[in-house]
Design a protein. Structure first.
Length: 202
């Protein structure tokens, strides 16, 4: 379906996704919307395992949510506004599964032009590359992660963190999306003084 639908069509998605394909489905959907090969969805409604919905809707500002924050959290929130609308207990299915489910709605999707405006002088791939690299070392402090990623001195990294008012001892799961974008902008080769090195994906 994601490969056949032309961009001029209106898109609404409602699905009950198996756990094993959820991440791949969402990444494909986000990629296709970002590159303009799919229309910007009006709304996406998904029935998923509660654990996955926790990841999509996690708020890095809430300490109780931080264990669920990851790459998929940031990717989802880069493209849309996720919100949990219902919990679905195992007893609602037959046979009952061993896990709880939940319904999540993805609203307020960003169009490709809105995404470019949000990201400024960096592209989507640069931001996601930084996020992947950071969460592959999620137990590390952001200062050390950025030094390895950008191949910059401690002084350079901590100067940027100070400008952005980010604690050098922060962990990746405590940073909201806007701070990842700001960090990517700060280390972009197109930014004066930006880093020319980069880290690989996990």
């Amino acid at each position: 379906m994601l490969r056949r639908l032309a961009p001029q069509h209106k898109l609404k998605v409602a699905a009950n996704l198996p756990y094993g394909i959820t991440s791949d489905f969402l990444r494909l959907l986000f990629d296709r919307v970002a590159d303009g090969t799919l229309p910007v969805p009006d709304r996406v409604v998904l029935l998923l395992q509660r654990e996955v919905v926790d990841r999509l809707t996690a708020d890095p500002k809430k300490e109780s949510d931080r264990g669920s924050v990851g790459v998929l959290t940031m990717l989802t929130q880069l493209h849309s506004t996720p919100r949990r609308v219902a919990r679905v207990p195992p007893g609602n299915f037959w046979p009952p599964p061993k896990v709880e489910s939940a319904v999540v709605v993805l609203d307020a999707w960003r169009s490709p032009s809105q995404l470019r405006e949000l990201l400024g002088n960096v592209n989507r791939e640069e931001v996601l590359r930084l996020i992947h690299a950071a969460f592959s070392r999620r137990r590390g402090q952001i200062s050390g992660i950025l030094r390895r990623y950008a191949k910059r001195s401690r002084e350079d990294v901590e100067r940027l963190l100070g400008t952005l008012r980010i604690d050098p001892a922060s962990r990746p799961e405590s940073l909201p999306l806007k701070e990842w974008i700001a960090l990517a902008q700060g280390f972009s080769p197109s930014t004066r003084g930006g880093a020319r090195g980069g880290g690989g994906l996990d």
